[in-house]
Design a protein. Structure first.
Length: 356
């Protein structure tokens, strides 16, 4: 498939280069934000070679390409160089706050899925080859330790990955966002927050103790804050000082607020387990359709409680991959034993966790 042809035809049928406000992509779809969708013939777009279908969700015109979406995205940007953040002069589309939140979370998480899949499969491979099953390699051997580090990296440094994807989604400074997120993983800070003695910033602001490795929420909240702090600082700093004073003020404001107030919001569960269960790889774009949550934020639950029901066949019919990642984001704090491989079914133990 020549995706350069697909790219040219796609932009032409979507109203031309000037009608595209921004462009991103997920695992299988090109996600356009268009200035005007009224003149677009959906059937014509679907008939372009390489296009498998279209969907309109949350203010986005989504073009389904399939597994080669990255190639098509690359060809489009070779020709047109679109930004992945919406411009300020485009037509504003009023969106439901829930849709905006889901779109933000999807924009943060979807680009990381390949890294999470790779890390997860390496961990499964180590379980199979390690002492838990085949005992081909020793858990104390150099090979096991190195491969375990490779598998853990995607999870341990999740705050940094989130800072990158969130900053791109929000259009703020990526490197300052990384700096704030990386602070949460700084070894001396981890040691300080792991101690028994209370910690206070400037001698009077209490800092809640906790581990932020493998966390997701703190980096998201930090990057949202940074976006608005960046706008404020840009307004109040003189032109001659922006190169040095602006980044200094942004970090000095964002980092302490993140550490003292925002990051603790990501500390969850009485037992300390931080688990993400995502039904389907891109189903966040359904905006809750076919899903019925049985618990709300802040609810307590126990083994056997139903957390969520969903219409699996309807989701498949919409064209979504129903592979369901189950990720323990703070995996470094636990030892995993013999995860179940293959299809899961009710009552079958998928994973056993114990304190490392």
């Amino acid at each position: 498939m020549d995706y350069s042809v697909t790219a040219k035809e796609l932009i032409k049928k979507l109203g031309g280069e000037k009608n595209v406000d921004s462009l991103t992509h997920c695992m299988t779809r090109l996600r356009f934000v268009l200035k005007d969708e009224s003149g677009i013939d959906d059937k014509t777009v679907e008939n372009i070679p390489g296009v498998m279908g279209i969907m309109k969700k949350g203010g986005q015109y989504q073009v389904i390409i399939g597994n080669n979406v990255a190639k098509c995205y690359s060809e489009i940007n070779k020709l047109y160089g679109f930004s992945d953040t919406a411009s300020s002069n485009g037509k504003k589309v009023k969106r439901n706050p829930v849709t905006v939140a889901l779109d933000f979370i999807s924009g943060c998480m979807t680009p990381m899925i390949p890294a999470i899949i790779a890390g997860g499969l390496i961990k499964v491979l180590l379980v199979v080859l390690g002492p838990s099953l085949l005992n081909v390699i020793s858990a104390t051997g150099d090979t096991y330790i190195i491969m375990n580090a490779i598998g853990d990296a995607a999870f341990y440094f999740l705050p940094v990955f989130i800072a990158v994807t969130a900053s791109k989604k929000l259009g703020c400074n990526t490197y300052l966002a990384i700096m704030v997120a990386a602070m949460l993983l700084y070894p001396d800070l981890i040691t300080l927050l792991g101690g028994e003695a209370p910690t206070k910033l400037f001698g009077f602001i209490p800092v809640i103790h906790g581990s932020y490795s493998s966390s997701v929420i703190p980096a998201m909240l930090a990057t949202i804050l940074l976006k608005y702090v960046e706008k404020l600082v840009d307004k109040i700093t003189p032109e001659w000082s922006k190169n040095f004073l602006k980044p200094l003020l942004i970090v000095l404001i964002t980092a302490p607020i993140t550490l003292c107030f925002l990051a603790p919001l990501g500390l969850v569960s009485n037992s300390g387990i931080e688990m993400l269960i995502h039904v389907g790889l891109e189903t966040v774009t359904l905006n809750g359709k076919y899903f019925t949550p049985k618990v709300a934020e802040g609810d307590s639950f126990k083994k056997g409680d139903v957390l969520l029901t969903f219409d699996l066949e309807a989701i498949k019919k919409e064209g979504y991959d129903t592979t369901t990642p189950v990720v323990v984001s703070n995996a470094d704090d636990y030892a995993a034993f013999a995860p179940a491989l293959g299809n899961a079914s009710a009552g079958v133990k998928m994973l056993e966790l114990a304190k490392a």
